[in-house]
Design a protein around this ligand. Structure first.
Ligand code: SF4
Ligand code: SF4
Length: 289
């Protein structure tokens, strides 16, 4: 079974536009939306949830006020300023939104007044779409541990793919270069890096290429909106050539992409114009890799 992750060095490069179109073009696949901090693939693929599970990420400190003698040791020990005397003067309290679940307060409290409890940080879903089964997730506001949730999404996609006998897992990776991106890339066969010829495009591309190279993942590049700055597109192409990384396609700028988004459709289904043709060429290109 092949796994392809579509990534970008930063958000807003058109990554999800491409994945939505690939979902419409690819045969016999499972789709995995691993951009769990800001998922938006559902806006194009309209999943119907068939399975929902709680995701328990970081633990949270819970204080038993009946045991607390208000010594203040926990407040001193907490490096995240999650413990303070509450405004209503009812003694020390934990602010769950700040708590990182490190356990330092549990360690220092001689009264054993604090314990760590699991908390629901989000949800993982398996859904039906007209393009095939989709694994995706939602992280609650201000929650972290998105790398772990990405792994849950990928495991769900893998299970579905094995159960349905699929040949491909198509992954919409997280933007940037942090933990969720690495979790989106681990063990995949190919990374398609989507970039734009903006001022920061080359810098972002270089950073994400360093990540894929570090993890030994074969990569190819696609330049989105290449014609908004053809000089920068040439620089990106030359940079890729020097690094020995193939540019599998140049997608032109076209307002039809936004129109397709507004209509909630993959652009290759919405239009048969030049953008759709370019995306089809990219899809053919990565299938030859
Ligand atoms: S360390 Fe324990 S006893 Fe001291 S203030 Fe914190 S919860 Fe209360
Ligand atoms: S678990 Fe860590 S972050 Fe949470 S309140 Fe205790 S010391 Fe602070």
């Amino acid at each position: 079974m092949k796994q392809i992750t579509v990534i970008s060095g930063k958000g807003g490069t058109g990554k999800t536009t491409l994945v939505g179109s690939f979902a419409a073009l690819a045969e016999n696949k499972v789709i995995a939306d691993c951009d769990v901090d800001a998922p938006d693939l559902h806006l194009l693929l309209h999943p119907e949830i068939i399975k929902k599970e709680e995701f328990k990420g970081l633990k949270v400190a819970v204080m038993d006020k009946t045991k607390c003698v208000e010594c203040g040791s926990c407040e001193e020990a907490c490096r995240f300023n999650a413990i303070s005397v509450s405004d209503n003067a009812s003694g020390y309290a934990v602010n769950p939104a700040r708590c990182e679940g490190c356990g330092a307060c549990v360690f220092v409290c001689e009264q054993e007044a604090i314990t760590l409890k699991e908390r629901v940080s989000g949800y993982a879903f398996v859904s039906k779409t007209k393009y095939g089964t989709m694994a995706h997730a939602e992280l609650n506001i201000a929650e972290e541990a998105s790398g772990k949730l990405v792994t849950v999404v990928r495991n769900n996609a893998q299970q579905v793919a094995e159960g349905e006998g699929c040949e491909l897992i198509l992954i919409d990776g997280a933007p940037g270069i942090g933990c969720p991106v690495i979790a989106s890339l681990t063990g995949v066969d190919l990374a398609l890096i989507v970039t734009e010829p903006t001022m920061s495009g080359l810098h972002d591309l270089e950073r994400i290429m360093d990540v894929t190279r570090h993890f030994g993942i074969a990569s190819v590049v696609c330049i989105n909106k290449y014609d908004i700055n053809e000089e920068n597109s040439k620089r990106i192409t030359e940079f890729c050539r020097q690094r020995g990384i193939e540019v599998v396609g140049n997608i032109p700028y076209d307002p039809v992409v936004t129109e397709a988004m507004v209509a909630g459709m993959p652009v290759v289904e919405f239009s048969e114009g030049k953008v759709s043709e370019a995306i089809k060429d990219v899809w053919k290109g990565i299938n030859c890799c």
